[in-house]
Ligand binder design. Structure first.
Ligand SMILES: [Zn+2]
Length: 181
């Protein structure tokens, strides 16, 4: 696969990001590595945001426990860069790729309470032949977003990575600008 074709796929993916929740998820992905820390990156995957609740897939119950413990701090860090703050973060192994959905008979911390509200809708993967492919494409795209923002200067007000164009125009990021209005 050439870089050009990867770019085309990623571009198509980026163009689907239209709803406020998808833009919010994009902002979360940009900040995720620095917020959760290096060791957790390979074991976590923000998958969707629904009603200001961020849903994160985790690779094991141990990671779910660890991150749930840290969730207030993680959320506070993320909210500094989000125009619409998150209300909660839910970690679960159920959405980890290749994980079978939990059954009522399975024992363990990840079995939801019978009255638990089901997770939000799955990420928009329409238009892709197989979910595995879509997830792979999404990860490539997310990595690209992260890689691009890694070289961005930080906003003097919220210290979030900011596209240089925004700083040139307003001296602060778009989110801080929107808050000022
Ligand atoms: Zn800012």
């Amino acid at each position: 696969m050439t870089f050009e074709s990867i770019d085309r796929i990623l571009g198509a993916f980026a163009n689907r990001i239209r709803t406020p929740e998808q833009r919010q998820l994009q902002a979360v992905l940009t900040r995720w590595p620095e917020v959760v820390g290096k060791s957790a990156i390979a074991h976590t995957r923000p998958v969707s945001i629904h009603r200001n609740i961020l849903y994160v897939a985790t690779s094991s119950a141990a990671w779910t426990q660890d991150l749930t413990f840290r969730r207030t701090a993680i959320m506070r860090n993320l909210n500094r860069c989000l125009p619409d703050p998150l209300h909660d973060i839910k970690f679960s192994t159920a959405r980890w790729p290749g994980q079978s959905p939990p059954t009522a008979t399975a024992a363990g911390a990840d079995v939801p309470h019978p009255s638990a509200v089901p997770d939000g809708p799955p990420p928009d993967l329409s238009g892709s032949p197989r979910p595995e492919t879509a997830i792979a494409a999404f990860e490539l795209w997310a990595e690209k977003v992260r890689a691009r923002s890694r070289n961005w200067p930080s906003c003097p007000r919220c210290h979030c990575p900011t596209p240089p164009g925004e700083l040139e125009r307003w001296s602060i990021c778009r989110i801080c600008m929107a808050r000022e209005r």
